[in-house]
Design a protein around this ligand. Structure first.
Ligand SMILES: CC(=O)SCCNC(=O)CCNC(=O)[C@H](O)C(C)(C)COP(=O)(O)OP(=O)(O)OC[C@H]1O[C@@H](n2cnc3c(N)ncnc32)[C@H](O)[C@@H]1OP(=O)(O)O
Length: 400
């Protein structure tokens, strides 16, 4: 392994870093026009880079933009980590390790309590203290079988509008929808990313709709339609968020009513989204994939633990963190608060395993059963299950 040093890149280095990332993902370079429309978004946030000691060329990069994460009972700052790449002729020499060290240290110094990412491979980020904090599923709906049950909520008014109007209305209404643990705040830059994503999509025309309930706009959906042959078109849901079950049912009532659609594909949805419960034939919905959605890293463990809500009796949790050792220690965690303690631990786990239970993706007892955590006192695992329990499955639902 060679010694590397990561630093924050300047504005004039952003495009080169984006191209490095794109080449690491085998994606084509951006045209000047694409860069012109992406530049403002790509220059937001903080991008780290590592340069080659001999040539000075950029050989590794990692970007993070600041947002907020919904956690059970509140919210915390989150660094959304993306566009991570190392030049193919310089991999496995510790470049990513240096980028992760520098990026997480920078977040810790700036008071960014958590970090999150969507991983290209599931074997990369655990060593840096990330754990699977939220799962998601893809599903397909066979429209000819998908009749809504008579008692399904009627929903409100669904309106097709131009994309910019929907983005404007959705960005105002979205905060009331981002209540599920794992969801992210979507700053203006994110809506810019959605625009760029839709502009690059070569998958048929994009339609955007809003749902209006009694208190105003409370849901929206963006989709495109592939029409390989008449009568068997596929409607591909790009984004759908709702503040109420009425809005969810209302938008699905609309989507299922669109003519000439054979199937609807929905990607990256909550694992417990209740579409099947609205349908007379729940098998009209087929889950086609279930996967890790948000990889979560607790950057400031005491602060992250303190902000979250808990149920049941307090427990002493011992945490180890090799990369950010200030987090290592024992914490008395309970509904009345969290404090460092010298008490003997009930539960012992590393910071990545803690991230896996933080939003409710996994139960502590599952981690104990599989050797990812240790229960050290009687009933520690079941007490921890209650302490960290959440009413809904976590879900991120925001690409970055
Ligand atoms: C959030 C995102 O942006 S996801 C996108 C991530 N980017 C990509 O997948 C693009 C293609 N891949 C790459 O650019 C690089 O291979 C990276 C970024 C995945 C890894 O960069 P490297 O500089 O090779 O990683 P580095 O040398 O620091 O490796 C650190 C450790 O991770 C391991 N590792 C690195 N990449 C992988 C991998 N793809 N699969 C399994 N293990 C890996 C290394 O073996 C090493 O293990 P060790 O600590 O036991 O020695």
């Amino acid at each position: 392994m060679t010694d590397h040093h990561a630093r924050i890149l300047g504005d004039d280095e952003q495009r080169g870093a984006v191209e490095l990332f794109r080449s690491a993902l085998h994606a084509p370079p951006l045209t000047d026009e694409e860069w012109a429309s992406a530049r403002d978004v790509e220059c937001a946030g903080r991008r780290h880079g590592v340069t080659d000691g001999d040539t000075g060329a950029l050989i590794g990069t990692a970007w993070a933009w600041d947002t907020a994460l919904t956690v059970p009972g509140g919210g915390v700052p989150l660094g959304a980590v993306t566009e991570v790449g190392v030049r193919a002729d310089r991999t496995r020499r510790g470049v990513l390790s240096e980028l992760m060290r520098a990026q997480l240290t920078d977040m810790a110094e700036r008071g960014v309590v958590t970090a999150g990412l969507h991983a290209s491979e599931a074997t990369i980020y655990g060593r840096f203290g990330y754990g699977v904090g939220a799962l998601a599923r893809d599903y397909t709906v066979e429209t000819s079988r998908a009749q809504l049950r008579p008692e399904a909520p009627a929903g409100g008014r669904v309106e097709i509008r131009d994309l910019e109007t929907v983005i404007d209305l959705a960005s105002q209404a979205y905060p009331a929808m981002a209540t599920r643990p794992g969801m992210l705040a979507r700053p203006a830059e994110w809506w810019g990313m959605l625009r760029a994503h839709l502009a690059r999509r070569a998958e048929g025309r994009v339609t955007a709709v809003t749902h209006e309930g009694k208190d105003g706009i409370d849901g929206f959906a963006v989709y495109s339609v592939d029409r390989p042959k008449p009568g068997s078109a596929t409607l591909k849901l790009v984004d759908l968020h709702t503040a109420t079950i009425d809005a969810f049912a209302g938008l699905w009532r609309y989507l299922l009513s669109v003519d000439l659609i054979g199937e609807i594909t929905a990607t990256n949805r909550p694992v417990d989204e209740p579409l099947e419960l609205l349908l007379a034939d729940p098998r009209a919905v087929s889950t086609t994939a279930r996967f890790d959605d948000l990889w979560l890293r607790l950057v400031d463990v005491p602060e992250a633990l303190a902000v979250r809500a808990y149920q049941g009796d307090p427990l002493t949790v011992e945490v180890t963190d090799r990369l950010l050792p200030a987090n290592t220690g024992s914490y008395l965690v309970g509904p009345d608060g969290v404090e460092r303690t010298d008490r003997a631990p009930d539960l012992r786990l590393d910071v990545a395993a803690l991230a896996m239970i933080h939003l409710g993706a996994w139960r502590p007892s599952q981690l104990v059963d599989t050797g990812r955590a240790q229960a050290l006192t009687t009933r520690a695992a079941s007490r921890a299950d209650r302490l960290f329990s959440t009413p809904t499955a976590p879900w991120c639902g925001t690409f970055f």
